[in-house]
Design a protein around this ligand. Sequence first.
Ligand code: ATP
Ligand code: MG
Length: 464
Amino acid sequence: MAVPRIIPRAGHPISRGYIDPDALRILYRLHRAGYQGYLVGGSVRDLMTGRTPKDFDIGTNARPQEIRRLFRNSRIIGRRFRLVHVFFDGGKIVEVSTFRRRPDVADVEPGGEGTEDLLIREDNTFGTPEEDALRRDFTVNGLFYDIATFAVLDYVGGVDDLEARTIRTIGDPLTRFREDPVRMLRACEFAARLDFQMEDGVLQAIEEARGELRKSAAPRVAEELLDPLRRGWGAQTYALWSKTGLLAVILPELTREIAEGPASPERETFWRMLADADQRRTTGEAIQEPALLGALFLPLVFGAVRRGHGKLDAPKLLATLEQVVNPIALRLSLPNQAVHFIKHGLYTLGRLTETRPSDAAARRLVTKAWFPIALSLLSLYSHASGRYGEALAAWEEVMTRAGKKVKPGEDLSHAAPFPEALVPPPALLSRHEIPLPTASRNDDGRNRRPRRRGGRRRPAPPAR
Ligand code: ATP
Ligand code: MG
């Protein structure tokens, strides 16, 4: 068993004052009960670099049942990874997991028949702290903070890499990326958000293995696509994904518009929109997720127009949206509701640019749940392109007068009920047959058959 490099309290910047008090209580209770209690993963990385962690994950040698017994307000969750969620007031959850070791590589060959079972069993193999560090993705994500000594424990060379501002996989990059191709996206994301360099081996391995990203589960990829946009480092992350060729694997349609061929004003507009969205995020302005995703679809809509649809009247815009959004939404398993909001947002954006609030019919747009999405898109587009300034000002004023306000962090896809389907007015329908979104997919992106209440119907019992 290897001995970690130990950085004593005096040698690192992590003070208990920066640790979430509830996470700290959990660490202390584990320690008092005779278990190891470590802060693990992203929180240690962020505290070491003076950032505010998103969440405080805890690692321990206590088994899930033992953790469960220590915390009344907890629940064991997960089928594959059995970890414990400890609940606090206000919906806060702290995740506590037993140290695990890396599953055998041969068992996690993705996509193979019957591997699911192996995955389940192997992922639950508990391990030592060292094994738990080694199973993690990047050295900077493999550090522990030990509540017993207040020291940072480094089994993987993470401290050196933090100092050298380097993203390096734990172990051979090609192997680690083949095990889980989503790690390639994460490498770029961490490089972008921390302003670190990816180590040469990482870049070479991405070049070699990037095609394998197609094998990864669509919802995981979609989540990675959204996360940097949501958190304010979208432009840098997308630039790295584009540069490393990863974007061309997951979003070839977008890549064609924004990264291939000669430079164009539209392309610059796209990158400026992402940078502007990031900037707004850091100042606390809310841009809802469908608007962020809508920004990714906008170059495709423009591309379709350029390639022959001509000027976009309403029916053409509707048809174009179906053609542009549906295949990607399907491929990425985007939740149906989010897709509706994206289409509504883009469609309404078209309306906002061609009508003014002085038109009574147009003013009703403000009452729609997706109006703020369209307005965010108009605002981003207008600032990035220098166009539609007047329309933006007019619609923003209406929005303010209507007292509509978007709260930062508001997640529309869950909060707002979806009011109605995108049903074009009858006049449009009669001229153009536009397929409406019909798939009955649930929020988690899986297709489910509607279940009959009370299960299968049985024949009525014979009357006595
Ligand atoms: P943040 O939550 O701020 O985005 P994070 O580092 O905490 O960053 P998470 O996705 O929350 O990222 O994962 C927590 C930790 O779990 C990571 O720091 C890393 O140690 C480990 N981890 C996450 N995803 C993987 C993966 N695909 N392969 C190996 N280890 C992973
Ligand atoms: Mg995290």
